[in-house]
Design a protein around this ligand. Structure first.
Ligand SMILES: [Ca+2]
Ligand SMILES: [Ca+2]
Ligand SMILES: [Ca+2]
Ligand SMILES: [Ca+2]
Length: 309
C-alpha cells in the first residue's frame, strides 16, 4: 500500500520536471508495528442449572423442586422453571463478547399426543422465586409441606394472570417445536436475555417453560438437575487476545496498540511539503488502513519552467 503511494508521488513530482522535488518532500515516517493484533477466538462455557422445578395449576401449593423431571403440559397446567447463577453468567462474560446463549433441556419422555407438532416457549422470569419453595400459588411458600398458600407480598405471584401481572415476560424469548415421541435435547435461543443479564438490565431470575397454547394436548418431561443430565446454559463468547504494547495508539500500523477496541486512533498528522519553486505545495499525513499517506501533491510545471531554472 505504501509502495503504491510512493509511486504516485514520484509520478507527480516528475511532472514538475525535477527529481529534487522528491528529495525535498517531507517523507512520512512509517513506524514499526508495535502492537499485538486483536484477534478473536470463540469459546464455549456450559453452566448447569442451579435450580429447577415445575409448578402445577391442579396442585397449586405443591413444590416439585426435588422431582427428577420437569413437566410441561396442559390441563392441570405444568410449567417448568429454571434457575441459573446470574453472577456466574456475568463472570463468564467478563472481557468477552457474547455470541450466543442457548438453554438446553434433555427430554426424558414425550407423549404421542402432540398432533402435527406444537411449540413450547421459554420466557424470562420477572419475579424472584426458588427451586425449593416455588408453587403455582407462591414464588416462595414458607411451608411447602402443607396444601396452603403460605405467601404474601413479594413471595406471592399470579401464575393464573393473563396479562402483564404474570411473574414472567408475556412475550416468549424463544420457542421450540415438539413432535410426538421426540427425544434428545431441546434448545432455546436466549441470547437477548443473557445479553441483558450481562449488561445488568436483567436480574437473571431464571426462565419459565410452558406450552404456547395451553389448551392443546401434548406433555413433555425433561430431566431436572436431580434426574440428569441437568438443564444447562450453553454460552458462546468471542474472546479478545490483545496485549497492550503502548499507552496510546499513536503508531499507524493497523494494530490496536492500547487495546481499546479502536485502531490507530491517536495518530497525529504531520504537515508536509513537496515540489520546488512554482510547483511547491503543502499537505498533511494521515493514517489510512494502517499506512501513512501524504496529501501533498506538487503543482504541474508551467511551459518552459524547467529551462528558466
Ligand atoms: Ca430440581
Ligand atoms: Ca404451603
Ligand atoms: Ca487503539
Ligand atoms: Ca496502532
Amino acid at each position: 500500500m505504501s509502495a503504491v503511494t510512493v509511486l504516485a508521488f514520484a509520478a507527480l513530482a516528475a511532472g514538475c520536471g525535477s527529481r529534487d522535488a522528491e528529495v525535498e518532500r517531507s517523507e512520512p515516517k512509517s513506524p514499526e508495528p508495535l502492537g499485538t493484533a486483536r484477534s478473536a477466538i470463540v469459546v464455549t462455557t456450559l453452566l448447569e442449572a442451579t435450580g429447577d422445578t415445575f409448578v402445577r395449576a391442579g396442585l397449586p401449593n405443591q413444590n416439585e423442586g426435588g422431582n427428577q423431571t420437569l413437566s410441561v403440559q396442559i390441563g392441570s397446567q405444568h410449567r417448568s422453571i429454571l434457575y441459573f447463577d446470574a453472577a456466574a453468567i456475568r463472570a463468564a462474560a467478563a472481557n468477552r463478547l457474547l455470541v450466543s446463549a442457548q438453554v438446553e433441556l434433555t427430554i426424558a419422555t414425550t407423549t404421542a399426543n402432540w398432533g402435527p407438532g406444537r411449540p413450547i416457549a421459554i420466557h424470562a422470569m420477572r419475579q424472584a422465586s426458588t427451586e425449593g419453595r416455588a408453587t403455582w400459588s407462591c414464588a416462595s411458600d414458607s411451608n411447602v409441606n402443607n396444601s396452603n398458600a403460605d405467601c404474601s407480598g413479594a413471595n406471592a405471584w399470579n401464575m393464573s394472570a393473563t396479562n402483564a401481572s404474570l411473574p414472567f415476560a408475556t412475550q416468549p424469548t424463544a420457542t421450540a417445536q415438539i413432535t410426538n415421541s421426540q427425544t434428545g435435547v431441546v434448545s432455546f435461543n436466549v441470547t437477548t436475555d443473557v445479553a441483558a443479564i450481562v449488561a445488568g438490565a436483567n436480574a437473571g431470575l431464571g426462565w419459565l417453560v410452558k406450552k404456547v397454547d395451553e389448551n392443546q394436548a401434548g406433555t413433555i418431561l425433561f430431566d431436572s438437575r436431580e434426574g440428569l443430565p441437568s438443564p444447562r446454559l450453553r454460552l458462546q463468547f468471542e474472546t479478545n487476545i490483545c496485549t497492550p504494547t503502548a499507552a496510546t495508539d499513536i503508531a499507524c500500523n493497523g494494530l490496536d496498540d492500547d487495546c481499546d477496541g479502536r485502531v490507530d486512533e491517536d495518530y497525529v498528522a504531520i504537515a508536509t511539503s513537496c515540489g520546488v519553486g512554482a510547483c511547491e505545495a503543502s499537505g498533511a499525513t494521515s493514517c489510512v488502513n494502517g499506512a501513512v499517506t501524504d496529501s501533498c501533491h506538487s503543482g504541474a510545471p508551467a511551459d518552459g519552467d524547467e529551462k528558466k531554472r
